[in-house]
Write a protein that binds this ligand. Structure first.
Ligand code: KG4
Ligand code: ZN
Length: 393
């Protein structure tokens, strides 16, 4: 089965094309082509993702990225005469009323190319920034109508799970069902949640953040320290320099909700504590910034590890799945690896860093992971939902 995937939930425009097959619960995936365009630099001046800008950039970039993807995959087959009837072009124009630029590009592709041999279009329908999600959703609907290809709606969080479960590298991956119960710790710029799975692809949320996501704690603190966006990688770099240089640790930040008897988190206090610390110091110099970054990374790591340990023991977990942008963090990765090593029968699934942050592949992987029972729908039944929960995937 050949699947085209589309990801536009935040500030990365991701497209990919995979071939997949499932045999006796083992899904094999071959990544044929892959495109990823990050808008991070454009959002940097706002210190976070600016939804209207994200929407505009997705609309601008999806068309050219699709053309390049099809060419890379050798699926751009020139057509002598347009293969899509005029009335259909009119319908697509209406559908893309709010994305005129995208319409023009799609119309050009439809006029020049034959219908590519693609069996399904997997697209993120949520959660995420709703205006950004709609661009990807409408793009998928337009292609689905024009080429009569069914749609597989994907939950972005299940995409992160799929990225962690995918075993392999480069272009060849396999996904097998992990031992149950499986616990997913999903840590990104928009989410921080524990999801428990006792049966394959059935999810129960057992904890989440009560305020900011962990990625936000990194991003907002980085902003307070005058570092760029996204803040996670910047904080991580300074923290690691502080450890290497064995700098003193003069500051202490809170470990929010460390000892509460639940699997919830709270990270907004951490950002406030960083704000107060910066105000107290005045204008932190480079050394002080490194020291704060290290303390922040330590506080976040300790909180994540302690809560994960409690959840593993409380739910007799056999597989720990860690994913989302923050799982690219080297310090957090090794702390979780150490934690899992304490247990004889717990396996750790964590994506390579390039698959941890948002990308198009993870959406194709989530579709592939549905195996023989892929649930496809028609274009008219597809809607974006910014607040979609993984429980509804
Ligand atoms: O999953 P993702 O790409 O987008 C969302 O779905 O939110 O996650 C982005 C988040 C940002 O907050 C970014 O600062 C954080 O992941 N992040 C990191 C690292 N790389 C990305 N946080 C800590 N350390 C990193 N190395
Ligand atoms: Zn994400």
């Amino acid at each position: 089965m050949r699947i085209l995937s589309i990801e536009t939930s935040c500030d990365e425009t991701g497209l990919s094309l995979i071939e997949t097959d499932t045999n006796e619960n083992v899904t094999t995936i071959n990544v044929v082509a892959d495109m990823l365009l990050s808008q991070a630099m454009l959002h940097a001046e706002y210190g976070g993702v600016y939804p209207t800008l994200a929407k505009r950039e997705h609309a601008k970039n999806l068309g050219p990225l699709l053309l390049e993807l099809l060419k890379k995959a050798n699926l751009f087959i020139p057509a002598d005469t347009p293969s899509v009837p005029k009335e259909m072009i009119g319908e697509i124009k209406e559908l893309l009323e709010r994305e005129p630029e995208l319409f023009v590009y799609i119309a050009m592709i439809l006029a020049q190319a034959q219908k590519p041999p693609i069996d399904a279009i997997a697209v993120t329908r949520g959660p995420g920034l709703e205006p950004a999600l709609w661009v990807g959703v409408n793009f998928a609907r337009a292609l689905s109508k024009a080429w009569s290809i069914p749609i597989i709606p994907i939950n972005h969080m299940e995409g992160h799970v799929a990225a962690a479960l995918a075993d392999g590298s480069d272009t060849t991956f396999t996904i097998t069902q992990p031992k149950m119960p499986a616990l997913a710790l999903l840590i990104s710029g928009g989410h921080t949640e524990f999801v428990l799975t006792e049966n394959w692809r059935e999810y129960e949320k057992i904890g989440s953040t009560r305020d900011d996501a962990v990625g936000e704690a990194f991003d907002k603190s980085a902003r307070l320290l005058g570092l760029g966006y996204p803040g996670g990688p910047q904080i991580s770099r300074l923290a690691s320099e502080a450890r290497h240089a064995e700098l003193e640790q003069p500051y202490s930040l809170p470990r929010p909700m460390l000892h509460t008897n639940d699997f919830d988190f709270s990270f907004s206090g951490l950002k406030t504590a960083v704000r107060n610390l910066v105000a107290e110091i005045g204008d932190p110099d480079e050394t002080q910034k490194k020291q704060i970054a290290r303390e922040l990374e330590d506080a976040i790591t300790e909180t994540l590890v302690t809560k994960t340990k409690n959840a593993i023991e409380h739910h007799n977990v056999r597989s720990l799945i860690v994913s989302g942008g923050v799982s690219a963090n080297t310090h957090i990765r090794s702390a979780l690896e150490e934690l899992v090593a304490e247990y004889e029968d717990v396996a750790l699934y964590i994506p390579e860093p390039s698959l941890a942050t948002d990308n198009g592949r993870m959406i194709a992987f989530a579709a592939a992971m549905q195996g023989a029972e892929i649930a496809s729908i028609s274009a008219d039944d597809l809607h974006a939902n910014g607040n979609l929960s993984i429980v509804e995937s």
